[in-house]
Design a protein around this ligand. Structure first.
Ligand code: FA5
Length: 345
C-alpha cells in the first residue's frame, strides 16, 4: 500500500508540474484528488488494513495529498502569471472586440422631474435659484408674512436648530418659499424664478408624507401680474410633466404669503371614473399658489403699488409619484436599488 502511495505521489506531482494550461491542471486535480480520484479510491482501501498498518498508511496518504496539492498550486501560479504576462504583452489582444460596459447610474425620479421642469421654465425665461437647507426664521417665516403665533412654527412642524445667543434663529427650511425672499432681495423685479430643493418637516410619515421631501417654488414679480399669468404657468407645467393638458379647477387655499390663495386640482390623468390614485374623486390636488401678498413684497423692498406677482409651491416628490405611479413616498429616500433601478436614464 505504501509503495502504491509513493507511486501516486510521484506520478501526481509530475503530471501537475507538466500541465500545459489551467484546464489541464484542473483535470489533474480532479483525477488525483477529486471525489472519485485515484488517491481517494486508494484511501477507501485503508479500512481493509490491519490496525498496526493503518497509522503509517494514513500519515503517508496525507503527505501524498499535501505534496500533490502543493504541486498543483505552484503550477497554477506559474500558469496564471504566464497568462497575465501574455495579456499585458498584447499578444492575442483584439482591440476591436466590444468591451464590457461600465454600470451607468440614472437620475433619481425626483431629480428627473426637477430637471425636466427646470428645462421647461428656462425656456420661458425663468432663473433657476437655489437656497440653503438651513434657513433663518426671518426668511422661512417673518418675511413671508407668517405671524409668530402661526401653528406651522410649532416644534411639531418645524425642525429648529439649537439657539445661539446673539445669532438669528435657524431652522431646517420647511418649504422652498424662503427662496422667494432671497431671489427678490437679490435681483429685485422684474423677476421670474423657479427654485427646486429639499425641505424638512417634523411629520408623521405615511404613504404620502415624508419628513424630508422636495418642492419646487415658482415666483414671478412684474408690473400687472395677475391670476391669468399664474394659471398659464401652472397649465404649462402640467402639460410638461404629463405630456398633455389636463382639465383643472381652482379652489380657495390659505397661505399667509399669498392673497388670494388657491389650490389647483387637475383631473386625474389615470382614470375617468375614479381610481386608487385620485381616491375615487377623479381630481388630484396638484399645487398651491396665489398672488404674492403685499407684505411679502414690502419685506423684500418691492413697492406693491407698482409691482405684483404670483407664486406657487409644487410638491416635486408627489409629482414624481404621480408621473410613475409610485405608491409610497417612502421609496424616494429609501436608497433601495431595486426601486431606483426601475428608472433607467
Ligand atoms: C407650502 O409648502 C407652500 N410654501 C406652498 C406655496 C408656495 C403656496 C407659494 C403658495 C405660494 P404645502 O404645505 O401645502 O404648502 O406644501 C406644498 C406641497 O408640498 C403639497 O402640495 C405637497 O405636494 C407637498 N408636501 C407637503 N407636505 C408634504 C410631506 N410631508 N411629504 C411630501 N410632500 C409634501
Amino acid at each position: 500500500m505504501l509503495a502504491r502511495l509513493e507511486e501516486l505521489r510521484a506520478e501526481g506531482v509530475a503530471r501537475a508540474e507538466s500541465a500545459e494550461d489551467l484546464g489541464a491542471l484542473e483535470r489533474v486535480e480532479v483525477e488525483w484528488l477529486g471525489r472519485s480520484g485515484r488517491l481517494t479510491a486508494l484511501l477507501r482501501e485503508v479500512g481493509k488494513l490491519s490496525a498496526e498498518e493503518r497509522p503509517a498508511v494514513g500519515r503517508t496518504a496525507n503527505e501524498v495529498k499535501t505534496a500533490i496539492s502543493g504541486a498543483l498550486a505552484a503550477r497554477r501560479e506559474v500558469l496564471e502569471q504566464g497568462a497575465l504576462a501574455s495579456d499585458l504583452s498584447g499578444a492575442g489582444l483584439d482591440p476591436t472586440l466590444p468591451g464590457s460596459p461600465p454600470p451607468v447610474g440614472a437620475a433619481h425620479p425626483v431629480l428627473a422631474v426637477a430637471r425636466q421642469l427646470e428645462d421647461l421654465f428656462l425656456s420661458m425665461g425663468f432663473l433657476i435659484a437655489d437656497g440653503p437647507e438651513v434657513e433663518t426664521e426671518e426668511r422661512n417665516f417673518d418675511a413671508l408674512n407668517i405671524p409668530s403665533d402661526h401653528p406651522a412654527r410649532d416644534a411639531q412642524d418645524t425642525i429648529w436648530l439649537q439657539d445661539e445667543p446673539g445669532r438669528p434663529r435657524l431652522c431646517l427650511r420647511t418649504h422652498t418659499s424662503p427662496v422667494q425672499v432671497r431671489a427678490l432681495r437679490e435681483h429685485g423685479p422684474p423677476l421670474r424664478v423657479v427654485a427646486p430643493g429639499r425641505v424638512f418637516r417634523q411629520e408623521a410619515q405615511d404613504a404620502t408624507h415624508e419628513h424630508t421631501f422636495h418642492q419646487m417654488e415658482g415666483l414671478v414679480v412684474d408690473r400687472g401680474v395677475g391670476v391669468p399669468h399664474m394659471l398659464h404657468a401652472m397649465h404649462t407645467l402640467i402639460e410638461g410633466v404629463f405630456g398633455r393638458p389636463l382639465e383643472t379647477r381652482l379652489r380657495p387655499g390659505f397661505f399667509p404669503f399669498v392673497e388670494p390663495g388657491f389650490e389647483l386640482d387637475a383631473r386625474c390623468p389615470f382614470c375617468k371614473t375614479g381610481c386608487r390614485v385620485c381616491k375615487q374623486s377623479t381630481w388630484i390636488e396638484l399645487m398651491p399658489g396665489g398672488l404674492v401678498h403685499p407684505n411679502v413684497l414690502r419685506a423684500c423692498d418691492v413697492d406693491p403699488e407698482i409691482y405684483s406677482g404670483f407664486a406657487f409651491g409644487l410638491g416635486l416628490s408627489r409629482i414624481a409619484m404621480l408621473r410613475w405611479g409610485i405608491d409610497d413616498i417612502r421609496w424616494m429616500m429609501s436608497g433601495d436599488l431595486g426601486f431606483l433601478e426601475q428608472f433607467p436614464a
